[in-house]
Ligand binder design. Structure first.
Ligand SMILES: NC(=O)c1ccc[n+]([C@@H]2O[C@H](COP(=O)([O-])OP(=O)(O)OC[C@H]3O[C@@H](n4cnc5c(N)ncnc54)[C@H](O)[C@@H]3O)[C@@H](O)[C@H]2O)c1
Length: 321
């Protein structure tokens, strides 16, 4: 049993990670300011004595927050860091605000980690560190040259992790997620994941807009598979100082994805096309060798099965509304 801090644990991927940690009997502290996360995502654990939730901003007094937890439960032993400003277009509109949360908030956590002897940090990095010139499939040795402030943040944080490891012996693993999808991904924003938006439109029989010609590709990885990789990288002592891509290795076009969703949802939605968005990359898929070798990571949920499960969740949300 380990005391694990999950920043951003009320969010989409964070809450699946909390589920996995709690189901394995760990003591979990979630720190989340609920800016894009929801208490409902972690509500099932609210009365569990092994679960603690603090509504707090990682850019505010994070030391005070974590000391408060330590006084009640004992010190945090390991850390999973998800909390972030995650919208790529917003990072372009407000790069200063973006750095404040993503870079400064993270450095505050790393300062806490090294001063308090945190055993290991797992960090949610992103395939947004790669650009359109990256090879297909991309691998961890491919040049990182982000096309957005958000991608730059993630790369900068990887450098900070390396710096803290060299100077203070901090142990860490950074995971560069490809496109993550699954239940609890919020479809309501313009910045949401494409699958959550398509599913939401499909169940309402509303038109689906595909940017560009739809032949651009993505590597869609299911949220519980990502949670599995994150928990492994946090709780196991291997993969120290490593950066690992987390995807499926399967390249699928946006057109194919939309067609599968319309088919599964038996939807009457029509598909329209709009001009390509600035910064969107054309092809995105990762090799899986490093994740398999260092984390023994194999995604378990294929795209069709994952879409079915996500669709079922989207339908439950419609009943609640
Ligand atoms: N979803 C993807 O496809 C994807 C791909 C690559 C990387 N990531 C990364 O994975 C992580 C989780 O992303 P997600 O898709 O679950 O997004 P999300 O928005 O659901 O989760 C982010 C969480 O962080 C919280 N948060 C934001 N700012 C905070 C702050 N200042 N203090 C405390 N909490 C704060 C939000 O309330 C939210 O619960 C992020 O770091 C994101 O950059 C996601």
């Amino acid at each position: 049993m380990t005391r694990v801090l999950v920043t951003g644990g009320a969010g989409f991927i964070g809450s699946h990670t909390v589920d996995l940690l709690m189901s394995r009997g760990h003591d979990v502290l979630v720190v989340d300011d609920l800016s894009t996360g929801f208490k409902a995502n972690i509500a099932r654990w609210a009365n569990d004595p092994k679960f603690t939730f603090f509504k707090a901003d990682i850019t505010a007094d994070i030391t005070g927050t974590l000391d408060q937890y330590a006084a009640i439960k004992g010190p945090v032993e390991r850390m999973i860091h998800f909390a972030a400003q995650t919208a790529v277009p917003l990072s372009m509109d407000d790069p200063v605000g973006d750095i404040r949360v993503n870079v400064m908030g993270t450095v505050a956590l790393l300062e806490y980690a090294r001063r308090n002897g945190i055993e290991k940090v797992a960090f949610a990095s992103s395939s947004a560190v790669y650009d359109d010139d990256a090879p297909v499939p991309v691998n961890e040795e491919s040049r990182a040259r982000p096309s957005s402030p958000y991608g730059i943040d993630k790369l900068v944080i990887e450098f900070y992790l390396d710096y803290y490891a060299r100077l203070y012996g901090l142990k860490y693993t950074a995971l560069r997620f490809m496109n993550v999808y699954g239940p609890r991904q919020d479809p309501k924003s313009y910045y949401s994941g494409v699958i959550s938006i398509f599913l939401d439109r499909a169940v309402r029989n509303e038109p689906i807009t595909i940017f560009d010609d739809g032949e651009q590709t993505r590597d869609f990885v299911y949220a519980t598979d990502v949670a599995d990789a994150v928990v492994k990288s946090c709780l196991e002592d291997g993969a120290l100082g490593e950066i690992i891509n987390i995807g499926t290795g399967v390249e699928v076009t946006i057109n194919q994805t939309a067609r599968t969703i319309l088919d599964l949802a038996k939807s009457r939605s029509t598909i329209t096309h709009a001009p390509a968005r600035a910064g969107d990359i054309r092809r995105s898929v990762t090799t899986m060798d490093k994740a398999a070798r260092l984390l023994a990571f194999q995604p378990k949920v294929g795209l069709r099965e994952g879409l079915e499960q996500t669709l079922a969740w989207v339908r439950t949300q419609m009943i609640v509304r």
